[in-house]
Ligand binder design. Structure first.
Ligand SMILES: Cc1cc2nc3c(=O)[nH]c(=O)nc-3n(C[C@H](O)[C@H](O)[C@H](O)COP(=O)(O)OP(=O)(O)OC[C@H]3O[C@@H](n4cnc5c(N)ncnc54)[C@H](O)[C@@H]3O)c2cc1C
Length: 586
């Protein structure tokens, strides 16, 4: 198994290339395939999971009861699901990221709360031990996580520190003899807390640097039954009700030094790496979940007649199916491309997993609302699955990094390299005689960028028009980004209207590129363009739609009403009201 690290400081990234006006095609081509052996394994595992789930998992009942019956939890363990992505050496199945994400998606279509149980355990709960644990830690903890004897949970969020994880207050103070740490503090919103046997906990360790006491975020593996740990009541939630979410409090909890995960001060990086790959499962689950709820709508749209014909024959209903189909095509292409990056290793996939999470979570929520709308009045009834799909899918926009924070991450990480080269250029112009090389190479690069737009070379000729649209968009985005950086300098950090546009453009570009890769593969596999008609139709709907949006975002980087937008928001915040007086106000 590859080491599954994005390692953004060292590895190449497709999306960072886009911000520079480059198409790093080798990172997204060829479209990934499972080996024959993996395909057979996947079919067998899917089969046994599906037949078990059909008998055991009643999503509506879980939503009603707000908890899992024992049969669900023991069944998941007996099927080997809880060790799916834990390496074989520690008793797990050792699934690749592609295989694991596909299984994640299957659990997602079965029941979203069960996905949280499954994902909080191994996508984030014990993932840190797999990625960063010592051999001893893996032997002691992972082996039990693999069998489901221990359920894992991930403890990062605190009352005062959600998106801003660095602001955490939880502390871990080393003992005088260096044998252990004393953990104090409280974590909130912890999925699986009530079932957990082990927690990955992030806390600040005081260390002296240059004679000054500093606090450094550090990760720990914590026995969930250690003295001093107490759990809060189960949170009453809008959706994913059967998932167990609670506060976890630590009062003078002794954590042996051998259970520190990684070095002192490496906790923030560890948390980010865990979440980088963890988001992939969530994206796959959202995308397949979208397909599952729309499949129900398709049946309904054929059966339900109004005005003497099936509602599925009306174009306003058809548009919802068609657009969602094309979006699912691109979303599946994107998470699979991303999973292949994780499996290959040596690639920074952090922006792509964030992109997959943002797009797929919003797609699943939007599509659930569409499915509810297609169902009309019964869409609002608890007897049918639509309202639960709306409630269950809503959380995905919030956890594992809110979509706002992930958009900022995509934009600011993408801006890093163009920003650095401009900074270097700024310095060079201060001392031009000694910096002719730097200025020369910048100008050559700049001119090249202006004259030669990047080209896809591996896309099937049948998709040339769409490939050109994406190349144009990349070229346009890179130029607009540069202009924006020159205009805003480091103030770009505060310009979130721009960051949102750049992130949205970058997401659409990555999704379109992944869809082109998938469709190229499909044409080659089918043997002719005609035989891959359904794939081509999806791409020819998705790419122009996504590139129209992208052109709008890019244009708005230069021409926008941001000044007034900001004024409106600030006035509302200052007055506490969105509207100005109307004639009907009393
Ligand atoms: C059901 C559920 C399960 C969860 N499971 C876990 C778990 O297992 N482990 C765990 O550690 N945590 C878990 N969480 C916590 C979750 O990850 C956090 O709720 C999430 O990170 C957001 O933090 P917050 O709630 O403090 O919101 P805040 O960070 O306060 O954000 C509030 C709003 O402000 C926006 N915002 C914040 N900062 C910025 C910014 N810089 N720019 C623009 N907008 C910004 C956010 O996007 C959001 O819209 C769970 C939460 C829920 C609801």
């Amino acid at each position: 198994m590859a080491n599954h690290l994005a390692d953004p400081d060292h590895n190449p990234s497709f999306t960072k290339g886009v911000f520079l006006g480059e198409i790093r095609e080798s990172l997204i081509f060829p479209f990934p395939e499972l080996s024959k052996e993996e395909s057979e394994n996947l079919a067998a595992v899917l089969d046994s999971f599906r037949s078990w789930a059909a008998d055991t998992v009643d999503s509506k009942q879980l939503d009603h009861d707000g908890k899992f019956p024992d049969a669900v939890r023991t069944g998941m363990a007996e099927l080997g699901m809880m060790g799916m992505n834990i390496p074989e050496a520690y008793g797990g199945f050792g699934a690749s990221a592609l295989f694991f994400s596909r299984m994640f998606a299957e659990v997602g279509t079965t029941d979203p709360a069960l996905t949280v149980y499954f994902g909080a355990h191994q996508s984030i709960g014990c993932k840190g031990i797999t990625l960063f644990g010592t051999e001893d830690q893996k032997q002691r903890w992972l082996t039990k996580c693999a069998t489901g004897e221990l359920i894992a949970a991930f403890c990062l969020t605190e009352a005062g520190s959600g998106s801003d994880a660095q602001a955490m207050r939880c502390s871990a103070v080393p003992s005088a003899d260096g044998s252990h740490y004393v953990l104090n503090g409280e974590k909130i919103w912890i999925s699986n807390a009530g079932y957990a046997g082990v927690f990955t906990v992030f806390a600040k360790v005081p260390i002296e640097i240059d004679g000054k006491l500093k606090q450094r975020v550090t990760a720990f593996i914590v026995d969930a039954h250690a003295p001093g740990i107490t759990l809060g009541a189960i949170e009453q939630k809008m959706g994913i009700k059967a998932s167990d979410t609670r506060t976890v409090s630590f009062e003078n909890v002794i954590v042996p030094v051998e259970d520190r995960l990684g070095d002192v001060g490496s906790g923030f990086k560890i948390a980010l790496e865990i979440l980088n790959s963890g988001r992939l499962g969530l994206a796959a689950g959202s995308s397949r979940g979208t397909r599952a709820i729309l499949d129900r709508s398709l049946v309904y749209a054929k059966e339900r007649e109004q005005f003497g014909r099936p509602i599925g024959s009306f174009e306003m209903i058809q548009r919802k199916f068609a657009v969602t189909a094309a979006e699912c095509y691109a979303a599946d292409a994107a998470w699979m491309t991303c999973a292949a990056m994780v499996d290959k290793g040596g690639i920074d996939f952090s922006l792509e997993t964030a992109a997959c999470k943002v797009y797929a979570s919003e797609l699943a929520f939007r599509a659930s609302c569409d499915a509810q709308q297609i169902a009309g009045g019964i869409g609002y009834s608890k007897e049918y699955p639509y309202e639960q799909a709306v409630r269950d899918s809503r959380i995905n926009l919030i956890f594992e990094g809110t979509n706002e924070v992930l958009r900022a991450l995509i934009a600011l990480s993408g801006l890093q390299q163009p920003g650095e080269s401009l900074k270097a250029l700024g310095k060079a112009f201060k001392d031009p005689l000694h910096s002719l090389g730097a200025i020369g190479s910048y100008i050559t690069g700049r001119v090249k960028k202006k004259i030669v737009k990047p080209e896809f070379t591996k896309v099937h000729p049948a998709l040339k028009e769409e490939a050109d649209m994406v190349s144009d968009a990349i070229h346009g985005l890179a130029l607009a980004v540069e202009k924006c950086l020159i205009e805003n300098g480091k103030d770009i950090i505060e310009r979130q209207f721009h960051q949102e546009r750049m992130a949205n453009a970058a997401i659409d570009i990555f999704f379109s590129s992944a869809a082109l890769s998938r469709c190229t593969w499909a044409i080659q596999k089918a043997g002719s363009v005609e035989a891959a008609e359904a794939d081509i139709d999806n791409v020819k709907v998705f790419v122009p739609m996504a590139m129209r949006r992208t052109r709008r975002y890019v244009r708005a980087l230069e021409k926008n009403g941001d000044g007034r937008l900001k004024k409106l928001a600030e006035r509302a915040l200052a007055t506490g009201s969105l509207t100005v007086q109307t004639p009907t106000d009393a």
